[in-house]
Design a protein around this ligand. Sequence first.
Ligand code: NAP
Ligand code: HSE
Length: 429
Amino acid sequence: MPLDAVGVAMLGAGNVGAGVIAALRAGHERYAVHIGRPLLLRRVLVRDTARARDGVEASVLTSHFEDILADPAIEVVIELMGGEHPAREYIEAVLASGRHVVTANKEVMAKHGAALLAVAAAHNVRLLYEAAVGGGIPIISPLSRDLLANDVTAVTAIINGTTNYMLTGMSQTGTDYAVALAEAQRLGYAEPDPTADVEGTDASYKLAILCGLAFHVAISPDDVAKQGITRLAARDFKYADALGYTIKLLATGRLVDGGVVASVQPTLIAKDEPLAKVDGVLNAIQIEGDLVGRVQFQGRGAGPAPTASAVLADVLDVARDIVAGRRPAEAVEHRKLPIHPPGMHRSRYYMRVTVQDQPGVLAAIAGILGGQAISIASVLQVETDDDARTAELVITTHHATGAARDAALAEIRALDVVVEVGNVLAMAG
Ligand code: NAP
Ligand code: HSE
């Protein structure tokens, strides 16, 4: 080992880990110039040490976490195991041992980030997590540094590539949800169990991290109102298109009335909005600040190479600090702001309702909406069978609270003439 190398360990060498190992090897000389000393990968923790890993000597592999802590030459640990446990405990132990941590783990950072950052501060080390949101897109660092002078009022993002791939397919080819999922699974974008992506859990972790940084508040993923994409039908895209919109799984955080609203939900976006044009597996994050106005960051939100780009940016940053003998900066203090419940969120809505096609039905529904002070913006009626006994109503509304929407929907569902309340979706803007 070169005497002056910065010792690095990795916890996990799967998808992203393999990308980091490959990039470390390819960029070794450049990185040594940036840092002033070379990086040396001393240990890699995996479950299965019998399986060879490209670019890693067998002697470097271990399945014992204690081996990492026992090596005093390791100064930076990269956590790429994923999952909540034991990743959370390992990160805490590494920080408490006085070593820096770089992680791509959105679940751990969303649920335990504040506590772990406090452990890092107490031990005078850094915990960096650029790769946890948006893969290769720089967003944690811009929010922490470049946009810090702003009062950030809104974060609007497409931060799940799997669902964006599926929704793009449904929008462009008219396929239904099941077909879009099967295609995403065939291409390896969706997991065999796609729940975390399609139910919005993955995006809720990332949004909680973004809102915490953007608004300087403590916010948990449980504070994010969540609606998945599993109920979307091909005809929702057809109706949206006719109205001039497309549908995206939008993660939104806003400062409203001195509190935070945060949601992940399929949302109609006007086709001329920049986020409506973010297609396939791409991610994009839009930030609105009082000084900067609106800025949008866009790129590949997953995959070994883009994610390695973010992981290694953090590793280089912390290694430069080590070489320069710099102390970590103090974290920005959190504010105590209320997190508004979903009933207080205000939005425009798209409502698809199947009804008996007979006199007075539209008037009854309009009366219920009016009674909840919900103003109708447009109505589209489509006959759904040859005998024209039922029809589908597509109603869009002006802004209303989630509470008013839910009260109106309960009344609409109770009407004898209503066959089904299909999808009710938020509309951006
Ligand atoms: P992965 O392919 O499942 O790899 C996980 C690695 O961790 C494997 O090498 C596995 O060992 C090891 N591991 C898991 N549990 C372990 C344990 N208890 N003890 C020892 N080793 C353990 O995961 P990934 O896709 O690379 O994702 C890693 C992290 O990056 C996750 O937090 C993920 O959310 C995040 N991330 C991923 C992407 C992406 O594109 N995949 C993008 C951004 C962020 P074995 O190899 O022996 O099984
Ligand atoms: N499952 C995530 C996505 C990738 O589809 O965006 C890792 O964050």
